[in-house]
Design a protein around this ligand. Structure first.
Ligand code: GLU
Length: 552
């Protein structure tokens, strides 16, 4: 009876029972092998690369087994929450193609029947379960403030015993109803603690999905399950939410590994089935020959947004992560070059328990491969969306020149070995800028980049000569033939070999002639095939640029 009274004293406003809640969370109707997983970030800062990695693993496990993957926002720490944090998480997940079946949406609503999916909207639910635990004598109010806890700790340190709030040290474990009432009337803040059934002499063993069998000491501390502000602790909310939402497999960072005994105890105390746990080591950063953890403050490339801002295609990150998740992905990819990475089945027990290494060069190469498989139009669509958010100058340029840009992006793409010279959308601007007259005109104000062994007068002669014979519709053979003829006419060697044999007889060789034309048309020393470029630029633009060069 006194437990009943205590529960009423603490939670007079809570009228419902756990059974009322269970009826709102019916079991999911899924096959026995289907996994239900979730990503449960706190909106307290940028989504880090490790979080994104864990999210992809969870999403893959769910969807490859025809299960459900959901997003739950753990926003019970209102002080640390940042503005736009939730939108940011959703944007990043969507950009990287990590689709969740249930959870908060960008419009501020939610999808899914087992919500709410934001912990701050679930306070009533937690309280119902906490009240129930108090009623059953499994939890109690603790009015100790910082000073009280400090005193306990000092006594424990003096006696050289384990510190913490447990056993005979748990001052309010057996607090009477009368005493609790007095403290409340005095306006004293309180937390709710779990009356732990654990013992320091016992150990638990469980099988981690990633790390294998793990043995840990049982939890014997009377841990806090509700804070003074009435909000649940992470541990408690985790047990309630993952049980009610039907999570079968919890994949999370290994900073939570040591909390497993607490979680198992909570699930058992609440009478809930315990989910499987898989703990992932943090992704490491390659720095020179060594590796280290990403630093929140120092490493910009430790956040998901960084990769989005840089314009790595979402699918390239997914593809790269697959290599880190299971190393045999690489072999599978070679056998299945055209399949989606989502067709590859991942296994948690094949994951590297000691942490994957993020290698930017490898990521860049994978990204180049991914981009090389896209059509010019697909690249355009990506670039258009990306630049709209991250590069307004580029956006304005390509928005004005949509068709021209698709043609530009098609260069070197429709051939057997497509170009692989860019790994992210932000690389593209400097590669394609010269095609646009606005940009080109600004660029040539600083002078043309002609080969140093050719004078400007000779360069102009080359361009003039070329403009006389140039026919836009000529095939590549004829076009190159003209360049060779021109070279000879102006005293350049037709072949590099000839030039090398007798360098003094020539002004240069045919390559220099082509270089001058390249400079006149693009003001670049390195471009894709010049013939293709001229085709895309169109007859008028080619002649305009040649004239401009001759007048320079
Ligand atoms: N909110 C926790 C975090 O930010 C979630 C951990 C979990 O996945 O259970 O790490």
């Amino acid at each position: 009876m006194s437990n009943e009274n205590m529960a009423e004293l603490l939670f007079s406003d809570v009228g419902q029972l756990p059974t009322d809640i269970y009826s709102l969370y019916p079991p999911r109707n899924l096959s026995i092998s289907a996994m239900v997983t979730r990503f449960a970030p706190s909106p307290t800062g940028s989504l880090n690369i490790g979080g994104l990695y864990a999210a992809l693993i969870s999403e893959r496990l769910a969807h490859q087994s025809n299960g459900v993957f959901f997003l739950r926002i753990e926003d019970t720490d209102k002080k640390r929450e940042i503005k736009g944090g939730i939108e940011n998480i959703i944007h990043s997940l969507l950009y990287f193609g990590i689709h969740f079946d249930e959870g908060p949406t960008l419009s501020g609503g939610e999808k899914g029947a087992l919500g709410p999916y934001k912990q701050s909207s679930r306070i009533k639910i937690y309280k119902i379960f906490i009240k129930h635990l108090v009623q059953k004598g499994l939890a109690y109010p603790c009015f100790c403030d910082k000073d009280d806890l400090q005193k306990i700790r000092i006594s424990q340190q003096n006696l050289k015993v384990t510190t913490g709030y447990y056993g005979q040290w748990a001052k309010h474990r057996d607090i009477s109803f009368g005493q609790a009432k007095e403290e409340i009337l005095d306006g004293k803040p309180f937390v709710i603690r779990l009356r732990s059934s654990g013992s320091p002499d016992r150990r638990i063993i469980y099988n981690d999905l990633v790390k294998g069998p793990i043995e840990l000491p049982e939890n014997f501390q009377d841990i806090v399950i509700m804070k003074t502000d009435g909000l649940p602790t992470y541990h408690f909310a985790h047990a309630i939410d993952d049980y009610l939402m039907g999570t079968t497999h919890v994949i999370r960072g290994d900073e939570w590994l040591s909390s497993v005994p607490i979680h198992i105890q909570l699930f058992e105390t609440l009478g809930f089935e315990i989910p499987e746990y898989g703990h992932i080591a943090p992704i490491m950063k390659q720095v020179g020959a060594s590796k280290r953890k990403f630093s929140k403050r120092k490493d910009l490339d430790g956040t998901a947004e960084y990769y989005r801002e840089q314009g790595y295609p979402g699918i390239a990150i997914g593809e790269y992560f697959m290599n880190l998740i299971n190393s045999d992905f690489e072999e599978w990819r070679m056998v299945n070059p055209h399949k989606s990475f989502r067709d590859f089945f991942i296994y948690t027990d094949k994951m590297n328990a000691s942490g994957a290494l993020l290698d930017m060069n490898k990521l860049g190469d994978i990204s180049k491969d991914v981009i090389s498989r896209l059509t010019g139009k697909q690249v355009f669509d990506h670039l258009y969306t990306w630049s709209k958010e991250f590069d307004s100058e580029l956006y304005t340029l390509i928005d004005k020149n949509k068709e021209y840009t698709v043609k530009i992006l098609n260069i070197g793409r429709t051939i057997e070995k497509p170009r692989k010279d860019y790994s992210k959308w932000s690389d593209l601007k400097t590669i394609i800028a010269f095609f646009y007259d606005e940009w080109f005109e600004k660029d040539v104000l600083g002078g043309y980049k002609i080969p140093t062994n050719v004078s400007l007068d000779v360069a102009k002669e080359i361009v003039l000569g070329f403009s006389k014979t140039y026919r836009f519709n000529n095939e590549k053979e004829a076009w190159f033939h003209e360049i060779k003829e021109l070279a000879v006419e102006l005293g350049f060697a037709k072949e590099i070999k000839q030039f090398k044999a007798n360098p003094n007889r020539y002004k240069g060789h045919v390559g220099d002639v082509a270089m001058v034309l390249r400079a006149a048309l693009t003001n670049r020393t390195n471009t894709p095939d010049l013939f293709d470029i001229m085709k895309v630029m169109g007859e008028n633009r080619v002649f305009e640029r040649m004239e401009r060069f001759m007048l320079s």
